[in-house]
Design a protein around this ligand. Structure first.
Ligand SMILES: Cc1cc2nc3c(=O)[nH]c(=O)nc-3n(C[C@H](O)[C@H](O)[C@H](O)COP(=O)(O)O)c2cc1C
Length: 308
């Protein structure tokens, strides 16, 4: 006897498969451009060159795409999250929010993508609540850059989130923190009762947390922060906890629980966490020399990888 499939769990299981993100475009017979965000894209065959993408029968444009003689698949770059969000709605003005141009056969091609595939319809396969559009690639373009990724229902970008994927895949508790600098001073949280200082950080069990949540949480304290790159990844003494620290810049008026402390005035003994203490010691040394490296390892041993 097979157990009934729990569709919520199935959706969660499908979400374990990380993908890129595309926008699939075509034109209605009257010329109106149409497009939708899709992560169901896959390459299928080199000879003949075939690709596929699945469209939900419930999508407003399902009928248009099922009947379209040609369509294009635009592979999004990491800075095209906004376009992805817009094309995942039913807004009638989607194409006004992006730059695009026409392919030789009149299909809209979105500007700034990593690749685009202009396809003629090869075949259409009905598959449950979706229709599989199989296209034969007639022309394509390719550009260097980092992709926009989609994993477990959230966007990821390689530059910042690769360590998070690693941590999440190990079901580790993740702490996300930052060394935020302003004019030779580092932002600290200050515990006036104990006199200890710590780097701003957030952490949640199980969920994927991203650097944007860290930035948002600082904004609630009146701090405008931005993140430049991952500075250190380390496992702490607490089993299963991975700490990821970004390096960035911050500005704004600090309130009582926070302060920018100049490098020379940072009293490392007031930092309780030994891993953070050694990371900061390294940071201050490197900041003085203006060269940065990414640290990967545990508290006591690891490798330092220069940031490319
Ligand atoms: C990252 C992401 C991936 C998506 N992938 C697909 C997909 O592969 N197939 C699909 O039918 N809808 C997918 N969607 C949802 C559609 O983009 C959404 O239903 C959209 O409204 C369809 O456009 P339309 O209603 O104008 O046809 C995805 C949405 C997001 C955010």
């Amino acid at each position: 006897m097979t157990l009934p499939i729990d569709s919520r769990e199935l959706r969660r299981a499908f979400g374990q498969f990380g993908t890129g993100v595309t926008i699939v475009t075509t034109r209605e017979p009257d010329g109106t451009p149409r497009g939708f965000t899709a992560n169901s894209f896959s390459s299928v065959s080199l000879d003949p060159p075939l690709v596929l993408v699945c469209i939900a029968k419930s999508a407003a444009s399902a009928g248009i795409f099922s009947n379209a003689p040609c369509f294009a698949v635009n592979v999004l770059a990491e800075d095209q999250k906004e376009a992805s969000n817009v094309f995942a709605t039913q807004r009638p003005d989607k194409f006004e929010s992006v730059d695009w141009q026409e392919s030789s056969n009149g299909i809209p091609l979105i500007t700034g993508t990593l690749a685009s595939f202009e396809c003629n319809r090869f075949s259409i396969v009905e598959a449950g609540d979706h229709v599989i559009l199989i296209g034969q690639v007639e022309a394509f373009s390719v550009r260097e850059g980092r992709p926009l990724l989609y994993y477990r229902g959230a966007y990821l970008t390689l530059g910042f989130e690769a360590p998070l994927i690693h941590a999440a895949s190990r079901q580790a508790e993740t702490v996300l923190g930052g060394i935020f600098e302003r004019d030779g001073a580092v932002l600290f949280e200050i515990d006036s009762a104990s006199g200890t200082i710590s780097l701003p950080s957030i952490g949640k069990n199980g969920d994927i947390i991203t650097h944007s949540q860290l930035i948002k949480s600082l904004a609630t304290f009146g701090i405008r922060a931005n993140v430049d790159f991952v500075y250190a990844v380390f496992e702490e003494e607490v089993p299963g906890r991975v700490s990821i620290y970004y390096r960035g810049h911050a500005d704004g008026e600090t309130r009582t629980a926070m302060a920018f402390i100049p490098f020379d005035d940072i009293d490392l003994d007031r930092i309780i966490d030994p891993a953070c203490r050694s990371m900061l010691t390294r940071y201050i040394g490197e900041a003085r020399q203006k060269s940065f490296a990414v640290y990967m390892g545990n508290e006591t041993e690891g490798v330092i990888r220069p940031v490319g």
